[in-house]
Write a protein that binds this ligand. Structure first.
Ligand code: URA
Length: 235
């Protein structure tokens, strides 16, 4: 790709800013100062420096984060910190998206990636990807099987829908582990509300075959291996 495009993709500035930076001899490619913004570079192969900073460019970034409570899954928020505030400066350069948002008071597994197709595969209702949650309710559930009965909920646009039947993986007093394949607004909380239970803690444990790594501290993240990426969508 063109050098100016590569640097503006990485948020070093607008295309015009970056062109100025190149003209003012601040960029080196393979140890040579470059003054031509249209120079073709292979960002994964060439060594590119902006002043003293080595440019990192990755085609396919997929991170697993252990989202803490108190952070919103949004690019920007007026009042709250966002999960993007938890990223290191270098990682903030990439246009990462969240594959399956969690509420501000939900914790656990989120996937951050620049791979739009992967986001689509994880969140599309047609792809039937399981999202597994540990749900703690205020009071013990005597009849968790009521979650399997048809119910009417409101989505984010206040439109009514009948959620797909969840799968109850484990139910023990006031802690239930369920999997759902959709991801509508407050869906898990509203499913429990529909059977008369208030959720006091919600944690996403896994997406499809990929479990949140237990030793990954709240608020931290790490890159997924290719095998782990496959686990996100494989059947
Ligand atoms: N369901 C909810 O109610 N909240 C979440 O954050 C995720 C699923």
């Amino acid at each position: 790709m063109r050098l100016d495009k590569c640097l503006s993709n990485l948020k070093y500035g607008t295309r015009t800013d970056v062109k100025k930076m190149i003209k003012s001899k601040r960029i080196k490619v393979n140890n040579h100062i470059v003054t031509d913004p249209s120079k073709y570079v292979e960002p994964n192969i060439d060594s590119i420096f902006v002043d003293q900073e080595r440019v990192r460019y990755h085609q396919n970034i997929v991170y697993m984060m252990n989202k803490p409570k108190g952070y919103v899954c949004a690019n920007k928020d007026k009042w709250h910190k966002t999960v993007f505030d938890l990223l290191k400066k270098d990682d903030q350069r990439y246009n990462l998206s969240i594959a399956g948002r969690l509420d501000i008071d939900t914790e656990g597994l989120i996937i951050l990636t620049n791979n739009g197709a992967l986001v689509h595969d994880i969140i599309s209702p047609n792809k039937s990807v399981d999202k597994i949650y540990e749900v703690t309710t205020e009071l013990p559930l005597d009849e968790p099987k009521r979650l399997l009965e048809p119910m009417l909920l409101l989505d984010g646009k206040k439109e009514r829908y009948v959620p797909k039947r969840p799968n109850i993986i484990r139910a023990d007093k006031n802690v239930v582990v369920i999997s759902i394949q959709e991801g509508k607004f407050h869906q898990v909380k509203r499913m429990f509300e529909a059977i008369g239970h208030k959720v006091i803690n919600l944690k996403r444990l896994a997406i499809n075959q990929l479990a949140l790594e237990e030793t990954l501290e709240l608020g931290t993240y790490r890159k997924l291996t290719n095998t782990e990426i496959d686990k996100l969508v494989s059947k």
